[in-house]
Design a protein around this ligand. Structure first.
Ligand SMILES: NC(=O)c1ccc[n+]([C@@H]2O[C@H](COP(=O)([O-])OP(=O)(O)OC[C@H]3O[C@@H](n4cnc5c(N)ncnc54)[C@H](O)[C@@H]3O)[C@@H](O)[C@H]2O)c1
Ligand SMILES: [Zn+2]
Length: 669
């Protein structure tokens, strides 16, 4: 039994560490906050009942965040805690009883505040000037991100009035829904992946290296806590009012509450009204007003005893499933989508929910005409979390997954290890044909500016283009009749297409869309095969001899050139003057300073991508190798470097550099 409990505790700890890592380090939510908190509660319970399994590193005792290597690490003069969570009024009543036991009934006042969903920050002010801003990090120390915080317009850099000489203000950096949507609209235009939610985006933005980029994100800030050795007032409420006169943005919704009933009213009000706020909140924070009382209560290992968060449950609504439709992505991946009877959820009308893939539908056990529960978690897209079986009609049929592509009728295939079905008709399935052309014009490929996905779709429907070679036969006269196409834009498109004839071979090779041939692989291929002819006629054996080219890629290249339509397209591209040969300066190096030296990069790099780093090594005559061994000269470590770093340290002969030191090394030339 006890072994079982031990294993359960360990597995929960491991799981929660993983979620924390994703959440705080990579700004990703692998599960909903609600599910996360349930697991945490379960662990707390098990640990309290089984104190023999105590571990100071347990996620129940530690603030989840971490420190990155990209900013200076600064210790907090006053530790930054997390908050205890409660989900129902019973929890709150328990908390209030504990407090009354210490101070007596009616002796305690509370301040109720909105719980802003962003990233917390501690800002030091000296003599009325902002001096330093630090993230919460692990609570003991955080990242110094002063320059990024200075770009936030509602954080005062200088103060007014009668402020103390030295103190910290703590608060939350967040994104309004509107600014979040704007960022995503722009990303959509640029063909970039969309951000998941305002919280993760705000937190990620704060950790960007270039503060000019941070400024563009239009972050907001609200301050909710004054901290210092001495307090210029006796209550939290008064401190907030004072901070306001000094120039801080203090939440206008905060409310002084005399008792639990007033607190409950506040909570009930905001549980309904929160969707009308211009920003997201995930609950309410309650704080004891009197500072002396706060000090008497003190802290647990993780949170103040004088404060409590009340978290709103993710809203769940029931609605009817009207149909399941199947979308074909640009890579041929099939995504089932549920069309729902429109319903209001978390402030927006929901009509659709993603069903992910066949397994998900099976797992839900979805039938036609089912009544389903829909929830909005941390993500923007709502999902179906359950079915109301009481309302299922007796003769309703189970949803049967489609066998053929809804766009072109081709029989779908399932590839091992992948959750989605695919339509294999790459060359003639309409979304895939369009997708291939969009890929061809994208920035990392032929970089044909002005030719957006909508225009390509229109051109395809008008039967003017069917593969990348067709772009080069387009005329301005053909473009003009398209919707919303002005003379000037048409001219720009023609010019951009013409300009793409300058793009080097490796990008063209990436652009033609051979499966598994990404940017890096394309480069490696061009290094070894100077012309498209050489590549086309290379045998599988010759291909796999190239560094990083495995049999899968080799076969995919063969497959591509077996198809007469592809050969014809390549021939036409050649005729139009597209570069299908290696540039003379392809192998040119910048310097020889790394000659004879070997490099390996590990961990999460933030100053450059791994590919860019490897390219820098090559351009300076160094060599990249793929494992830590006696042959390795330099190991360059990013954030969270793991086993490779350890191995290198153990070997003791390898020089370990951080990213900046690596840059310094090559700039010595
Ligand atoms: N989905 C996931 O994978 C995942 C992973 C880790 C954590 N989480 C979520 O994060 C929570 C833990 O995060 P946490 O440690 O930041 O705690 P928390 O979010 O529960 O509460 C503490 C934080 O609340 C913020 N806050 C907002 N308004 C405030 C106000 N008015 N006064 C004081 N503080 C205010 C502060 O930033 C403070 O650090 C979990 O309970 C979970 O919901 C989710
Ligand atoms: Zn198809």
């Amino acid at each position: 039994m006890s072994q079982e409990i031990k294993e359960k505790i360990e597995s929960l700890r491991k799981e929660l560490h993983q979620y924390n890592n994703a959440y705080y380090q990579n700004d990703e939510s692998l599960i909903s906050d609600f599910e996360f908190d349930l697991k945490l509660q379960e662990l707390i319970k098990l640990e309290t009942e089984n104190p023999e399994f105590f571990d100071a590193n347990s996620p129940t005792l530690r603030v989840g965040g971490g420190i990155t290597k990209n900013f200076p690490t600064i210790p907090h003069q006053f530790r930054m805690y997390s908050l205890d969570n409660s989900y129902d009024f019973d929890d709150l009543e328990d908390w209030e009883k504990r407090i009354e036991k210490t101070f007596g009934k009616d002796e305690v006042e509370f301040v109720a505040e909105l719980k802003y969903d962003g990233a917390s920050i501690s800002i030091l002010y000296e003599n009325g000037k902002m001096v330093q801003a630090i993230t919460r990090g692990d609570g003991f120390q955080g990242d110094e991100i002063s320059n990024n915080v200075r770009t936030i317009s509602n954080i005062p850099l200088t103060l007014n009035g009668d402020f103390p000489e030295r103190f910290f203000m703590r608060g939350e950096i967040y994104l309004t829904r509107k600014d979040f949507d704007k960022i995503n609209e722009k990303r959509e235009e640029e063909g970039l992946d969309l951000f998941m939610n305002p919280r993760n985006t705000a937190s990620g933005s704060l950790k960007m290296q270039d503060s000019a980029e941070v400024r563009k994100r239009k972050l907001s800030a609200v301050l909710y806590q004054f901290i210092s050795e001495e307090f210029p007032a006796e209550t939290h409420w008064e401190l907030l009012q004072k901070a306001k006169t000094w120039g801080f943005n203090i939440s206008s919704q905060a409310k002084l509450c005399k008792n639990l009933d007033e607190i409950k009213d506040f909570i009930n009000y905001w549980d309904k009204k929160r969707h009308d706020l211009p920003f997201e909140i995930d609950g309410i924070v309650l704080k004891i007003n009197n500072i002396k009382q706060q000090q008497t209560l003190g802290y647990t290992a993780k949170s103040p005893r004088w404060a409590m968060a009340y978290k709103f449950k993710a809203e769940k609504v029931e609605t009817k499933l009207e149909s399941v439709v199947y979308q074909v992505g640009r890579t041929g991946a099939i995504t089932p989508v549920a069309n729902l009877k429109p319903i209001l959820l978390a402030g927006t009308t929901v009509k659709r929910a993603t069903l992910h893939n066949e397994d998900q539908i099976k797992k839900l056990g979805l039938h036609e005409d089912d009544f389903v529960y829909v929830e909005k978690g941390g993500e923007i897209i709502p999902k179906i979390v359950g079915i109301n079986l009481d309302k299922r009609l007796p003769d309703s049929k189970e949803i049967e997954y489609i066998k053929n592509c809804p766009e072109c009728g081709t029989e779908l295939v399932k590839i091992e290890d992948q959750a989605n079905h695919f339509c294999p008709n790459e060359l003639h399935c309409p979304p895939q044909v369009v997708g291939r052309m969009i890929h061809y014009v994208s920035r990392k490929a032929l970089d044909i500016e002005n030719l957006g996905s909508e225009t390509i779709e229109q051109l395809y429907i008008a039967k003017l283009v069917e593969n990348p070679a067709d772009f080069y036969a387009l005329t301005k006269q053909q473009l003009l009749p398209l919707e919303r196409m002005a003379e000037k834009s048409a001219q720009n498109i023609i010019e951009s297409i013409e300009k793409s004839k300058e793009i080097p071979f490796e990008k063209v090779l990436f652009g033609v869309g051979i499966k598994h041939v990404g940017e890096t692989v394309a480069k490696k291929l061009v290094k070894n095969f100077s012309t498209i002819e050489e590549l086309r006629t290379a045998s599988l054996e010759e291909l796999v001899q190239v560094e990083d080219i495995g049999i899968k890629i080799a076969e995919s290249i063969h497959e591509f050139f077996k198809n007469p339509e592809n050969i014809l397209m390549v021939e036409r591209l050649k005729e139009y003057g597209i570069k299908l040969e290696k540039d003379e300066n392809f192998n040119q190096t910048d310097s020889n300073i790394l000659e004879g030296k070997t490099f390996l990069f590990t961990g999460k790099l933030s100053l450059f991508t791994r590919e860019a780093a490897e390219e820098m090594v090559e351009k300076n005559a160094g060599k990249n190798i793929s494992a830590v061994s006696k042959n390795l000269d330099y190991l360059v470590v990013g954030e969270k470097a793991g086993s490779k770093l350890k191995k290198a340290q153990d070997l003791g002969t390898i020089t370990i550099l951080d990213e900046q030191e690596f840059l310094d090394l090559i700039s010595q030339k």
